[in-house]
Ligand binder design. Structure first.
Ligand SMILES: [Zn+2]
Length: 272
């Protein structure tokens, strides 16, 4: 099975054995992993990992939880990374009105600044949205309309680990966004997530682990890692009643299109 984890945090301190984790992932069939920054140090570390491993791609951004502490200099540094040619996306960015760890006005300012950076660099965005779907819908509508990616027939971004309703999800797909299904789709209570995985067009779905968070049901309570993205693929296939191999091929192709990266060379060429 060929797989692509569109959102993970291998720069997290939980991965003190990152080399072994990446080897296991490649052995499990992962041809790509997007390591997403959430603040400045984690964004720099993502770029560093991408320079070391062919299967790793980096994004850089400021998580809405950290919006309060962010300075103009931090945003300038994210912009410099975005224009450096070393990123495949901007984010993790967004709004979180569920945990509200930063003031909402500041979250919106930091989101807008990063959406502008993404459009300047012509990069897709990795969006975190929790409890803020109506507000972020307006921001993303304006962003997507101005995105050079939209004009070129590409996706302006991906809704990462999206926890909204099917109707909200369809609204983001109408804007050109992809929707990323996480391993939490395997949790017994997550019926709405399985409904989304069943109803969305396959052309709009990618998969992710959000490692080290959100392990699949069979590994709950433990650290998640990119190799487990297979559990999300199996759950999507089961709920749709189709072959897991087809889900793997389609979601991997979608991820390559999203991030503008080519399918990699065959096995053996993973380390560089
Ligand atoms: Zn994340």
């Amino acid at each position: 099975m060929i797989l692509f984890d569109t959102h993970c945090h291998l720069q997290d301190p939980a991965f003190d054995d990152v080399e072994a984790v990446i080897s296991r992932s490649v052995e499990a069939g992962l041809v790509g992993m997007a390591v997403c920054g959430y603040d400045l140090p984690s964004s720099h570390r993502a770029v560093e990992l991408a320079s070391q491993y062919a299967a790793i791609h980096a994004t850089a951004g400021i998580h809405p939880h950290d919006a309060e502490m962010v300075t103009d200099a931090d945003l300038d540094a994210i912009r410099a990374l975005a224009l450096s040619g070393n990123l495949v996306g901007v984010g993790e960015l967004g709004l979180d009105f569920y945990r509200d760890l930063s003031p909402r006005d500041r979250q919106i300012e930091v989101l807008d600044a990063q959406l502008a950076i993404a459009n300047e660099a012509a990069l897709p965005v990795c969006v975190h949205s929790r409890g803020a779907e109506d507000v972020i819908g307006g921001q993303l509508r304006r962003y997507a309309a101005a995105s050079p990616l939209t004009a070129g027939g590409r996706h302006p971004g991906v809704m990462h680990c999206f926890g909204g309703t099917l109707e909200q999800t369809m609204a983001f797909i109408d804007l050109g966004f992809l929707v990323s299904i996480a391993c939490s789709v395997t949790y017994p209570k997550n019926e709405e997530s399985r409904r989304i995985a069943r109803e969305l067009p396959l052309a709009s779905i990618v998969v992710e682990t959000d490692s080290p968070y959100l392990p699949p049901q069979e590994h709950r309570g433990k650290r998640n890692e990119p190799a487990h993205v297979r559990a999300a693929v199996l759950a999507i296939a089961a709920t749709r009643g189709i072959d897991p191999g087809e889900v793997a091929v389609r979601t991997t192709a979608n991820a390559h299109r999203l991030y503008g990266v080519a399918a990699p060379a065959p096995a053996g060429a993973n380390a560089r």
